[in-house]
Design a protein around this ligand. Structure first.
Ligand code: DON
Length: 329
């Protein structure tokens, strides 16, 4: 992102940069323990061993390592953005009347709880059922208008229009049978505000927005600062909405591995099946802490585990959390 580099008064902490280079080189090889998201044909051929990271601090320190500039699609990381957009457009209570904030312990695309728990309200906006519902709640009476609302938020936060990876979108549109099933169920139970195909179009387009680790590190940093944009120096997301989004990332962002993430890494994080992880460290009152002012972290490593989380990316984040004492607990 050329604009960010220009506006950001960049300096690099060289000790942390060399630590990070070493860890990236080490954890890259762990990708063989995972696979690319092969249920979405266009994601199958990603390069398994890629691993990249960007860390941004509010004061202008930017550390990058490995394949930090490889473009990938947001996938489920977009659920944080669309949740924020829905809260901005419809109000928090309107959104929370239609989607809960409880973790599930089930897979991200699970259908089971919709029928087991009456009245079938999606458990949280980070699982597919919740995110498809949230997509239908975005302001506007067409998929085009709903997406435009989301794109405007993206542009407001990142200073550029989002680019859609059409190949990924088409690939998922044609194969998204389980998401269609979820959407039909949600339509029948009156949680979906739009038509099924319209909600799916919005949801799958948001998943196909292309980013780099630098973009999601900036999103993470804005959330770390409770919605305050460190480059534009203004509040771009209301504090209450930012706090809600972070709580959802911590409790539900890594799906049925969210408990392990909280226990052994301890920072709010959100994954996507393309291998991205957006994480953040809130500011700390302890002056001896590294990243005392907080930071945003963007990671990309396309080999994912059975939960849908980047294998090498999770290990890298764990190493950073341990070495740099990042856990919020
Ligand atoms: O709907 C899907 O299955 C994908 N577009 C997104 C899922 C996802 O990223 C889950 N994340 N780990």
């Amino acid at each position: 992102m050329e604009e960010l580099s220009k506006e950001y008064d960049i300096h690099v902490n060289s000790q942390r940069k060399s630590d990070l280079d070493e860890w990236v080189a080490h954890y890259r090889s762990f990708a063989i323990e995972g696979q690319t998201a092969n249920y979405i044909p266009a994601l199958r051929n990603a390069h398994l061993s890629q691993l990249g990271i960007t860390i941004l601090e509010p004061g202008g320190t930017m550390i990058k390592s490995g394949d930090w500039d490889v473009p990938f699609t947001l996938q489920s990381i977009s659920k944080v953005l669309s949740f924020i957009a829905a809260c901005l457009g419809r109000g928090i209570s309107y959104v929370l009347d239609r989607v809960d904030v409880e973790p599930t312990g089930d897979a991200f695309n699970s259908i089971i709880r919709l029928e087991m728990h009456k009245p079938g309200k999606p458990f949280n906006p980070m699982i597919n059922a919740g995110a498809i519902t949230v997509a239908s709640l975005l302001p506007g009476d067409s998929s085009h208008k709903k997406l435009e609302f989301l794109y405007e938020l993206f542009e407001n936060l990142l200073g550029k229009r989002p680019t859609i990876n059409e190949e990924v979108y088409q690939s998922e549109w044609q194969t998204s049978h389980r998401n269609r099933a979820l959407a039909h169920y949600l339509k029948e139970t009156n949680y979906l505000e739009s038509e099924v195909e319209e909600a799916l179009e919005v949801y799958l387009m948001q998943c196909s927005i292309e980013v780099t680790t630098e973009d999601i590190a900036l999103l993470g940093l804005i959330l770390a600062q409770d919605g305050y944009h460190p480059v534009r120096k203004e509040q771009v997301i209301p504090k209450k909405v930012a706090k809600l989004a972070k709580a959802l990332m911590l409790t539900c962002g890594m799906y049925n591995a969210s408990g392990k993430f909280a226990a052994f890494i301890g920072v709010p994080a959100k994954s996507g099946v393309s291998g991205g992880i957006m994480a953040l460290v809130p500011p700390s009152a302890r002056s001896e802490m590294p990243f005392q002012d907080g930071c945003g972290i963007g990671i990309y490593g396309p080999a994912i585990d059975e939960y849908g989380n980047s294998v090498a990316g999770s290990l890298l984040l764990k190493q950073m959390a341990q070495e740099w004492d990042l856990s919020i607990f």
